[in-house]
Design a protein around this ligand. Structure first.
Ligand code: FAD
Length: 297
């Protein structure tokens, strides 16, 4: 039997502490807001590097994103990062949002181009007077303040990048414009992520490319999200959830096993930073953090 005797995921004495961050979305209703805060308060004691709050398609959550990041920081003391896109707004309007973050003491921004109102499948049309892409947005943010900027990376290539060379050139441009790290789109086959790391390293990219981990709370919902953003759901993952629509208990156990396998495999390969997409739920993420030895204060 060929079981490796040393695994980083089990080597608790030697390993460096893992760094985690958590992504939330701005809640739309009072009930959703209750769940948001419940999750934030459960995850904040894990002392994440930051908690990020997404920016609704086409800038639709501009005020809510700002309110949530301000409150997260004020109520928990955890650093908050605001996502920002350039869709449907002039440069001046986007810059105003950046100034508002600066005034509110928000020092971290996840800078994105965003998707057109018709969804990720539609071609992106630059708003008249708007930023063309994320690289330009990063440069614009840099002109306003000394923010810690994260950008997006795609283990399976952005659907609009015709080739890997275009994809990696674009990632490099965003980092060269002043971003500190990239955070990936969700992926379910770790090989895609490792190949991205290799491609980036070959292009001379040294900034961290942090894996975006999406636990599969609901296979139906997550596979639909994945399809929309161009992330593939491997057959073997689909098979594990097959037939569990009416069996939430087993579904939850399988979800936890699938996410644990993904995260521990990354740890065994030396990955030490993780960005968890929480969908405003804490339970699976709490369990994953525990596997990393990340415990509440
Ligand atoms: P860019 O890096 O600008 O690139 C997009 C595509 O355009 C690439 O294919 C690139 O190769 C191409 N491109 C860029 N510049 C040029 C050029 N000069 N010439 C030719 N082609 C070019 N969306 C939201 O609406 N709100 C969010 O909060 C949000 N958060 C996200 C967080 C993460 C971690 C990730 C991975 C994605 C997130 N998204 C969010 C989705 C994101 O907005 C979409 O994936 C969008 O389609 C691309 O954004 P980008 O920043 O990667 O774009």
């Amino acid at each position: 039997m060929n079981i490796p005797s040393e695994r980083k995921s089990r080597d608790t004495a030697e390993r460096a502490p893992f760094q985690v961050s958590f992504e939330f979305f701005p809640p739309k209703t009072d009930v959703m807001e209750e769940r948001f805060w419940e999750s934030v308060h459960k995850l904040a004691p894990l002392r994440p590097r930051f908690v990020s709050v997404t920016y609704g398609a086409g800038g639709s959550t501009r005020e809510r994103t700002l309110r949530m990041v301000k409150q997260v920081k004020a109520e928990t003391g955890v650093d908050a990062a605001a996502h920002l896109t350039c869709v449907g707004a002039t440069k001046a309007e986007v810059d105003d949002v950046v100034h508002a973050y600066k005034t509110a003491g928000i020092k971290r921004i996840v800078a994105l181009r965003g998707d057109p109102p018709g969804g990720p499948g539609q071609p992106f049309v630059q708003h008249p007077g708007g930023y063309t892409n994320a690289a330009e947005l990063v440069a614009g943010i840099r002109r306003i303040g000394d923010f810690d900027i994260s950008v997006a990376a795609y283990p399976e290539k952005h659907p609009q990048s015709p080739t890997w060379d275009v994809e990696i050139d674009n990632l490099k441009r965003k980092l060269d414009a002043g971003a500190t790290r990239a955070i990936t789109q969700m992926f379910f086959d770790n090989r895609d992520y490792f190949e991205l790391l290799e491609r980036a390293a070959k292009a001379g990219i040294t900034a961290p490319i942090v894996p975006g981990i999406q636990p599969i709370h609901s296979f139906k919902q997550i596979s639909s999200f994945a399809a929309k953003c161009g992330a593939s759901m491997p057959d073997w993952v689909a098979e594990r959830f097959d037939g569990l629509e009416e069996d939430p208990e087993t579904h939850a156990l399988v979800a936890s096993a699938v996410a644990a396998e993904q995260v521990l495999e990354l740890v065994d390969e030396g990955i030490t930073q993780f960005h968890f997409l929480t969908l405003n739920r804490s339970n699976l993420v709490l369990a994953l953090a525990r596997l990393l030895g990340v415990r509440p204060d």
